[in-house]
Ligand binder design. Sequence first.
Ligand code: HCA
Ligand code: CU
Length: 373
Amino acid sequence: MVEILDTTLREGEQTPGVTFSVEEKLTIANLLDDFGVNIIEAGHPVVTEDIYNTVKLISNQGFNADILAHCRAKKEDINSAISCDVDWVGIFFCVSNKRLNQQFKLDLEKAIEQITNTITYAKDHGLKVRYTPEDTTRTEYENLIKVSRAAIESGVDRISIADTVGAMTPINMYNFVKKIKSDLNVDLNVHCHNDLGLATANSLAAYEAGATLIDVTVNGIGERVGITSLSEICLALNCFYQINHNWKLNKLTEISQTISNYSGLNIPPNMPIVGENAFSHKAGLHVSAVVNDPSHYELFPAELVGRKRNFILDKMSGIHTVRKKLEKLKLEANKDDLEKILNYAKQKRKGMVTENEILNFFTNQENENIMFQ
Ligand code: HCA
Ligand code: CU
């Protein structure tokens, strides 16, 4: 059993240049709930009044998803989360020696006391509690085990392994989660940053080793270059482990586009699943195989994620692509025309042949076919 926590509204809003309005956040939360994520991390209520109001608004929508508020290990943050009516608080506090010495100027025992007091306080107020020893993957293992055992004793519901700077490889993550699981009896969450493009692979490795909750954002946005992407991890779980949970996978493209609009961050054409090129086939051999059976060159069918496949007409194409293009444009052509169009594509030096160019060909036929001479 694995669940998804979406933190587009908290981690995602930490993306440089990104702020969502209250209405945008509500729309995003609705889309995520409808898609079927298990937990929505709605924000850190003490940061601004706007965030506080939004977390409260989202908590009171009656969503299927649980709502989590991000909190420091401070009563003030927990109180704020309580008055927002959230289900969960996610308390974060780094316990690496470096951070304790250089930033917090606190010894480990004192830090643990502050963390456990906050957990106890939240539990006493009926909240579910996740504790994240931030920068988990670079923290001294003995510190981790010590703070986690104390957190478990105080009634914590989950410990989250945060790979805060994307410092893991999949095999390291797998071994790390296995080791923690053998040393601690608690449900594990994983939060992977994408500094080396490994966030999805590392999250999958954590799942394989026994983590049961994965943090994601739509389009993988977040601090610096972001974290695991919602669509990538859901498709990976679906393709490799037949996990579905009634996720509305065919809504992923719309969700992705909405976040792109609100964040002002374009979706790169080569972004997996939702990028423009994800189901575009180009080389002649590929197209002839896909026309026959898309699974030759698609790991999963375009339709599964609400997409249509597309064929690219350029110098690498064969006659199948020309036929497909004409079919799409509802145009009929004789063998001669098909070959003329293919020839034109073969000679085009830069870029692909656009649908407009093909349409022009037919319009200009009567005018002595200007373009193709
Ligand atoms: C942050 C860092 C964080 C926290 C994750 C968590 C991380 O506060 O922005 O609270 O579970 O990557 O460690 O996102
Ligand atoms: Cu993070």
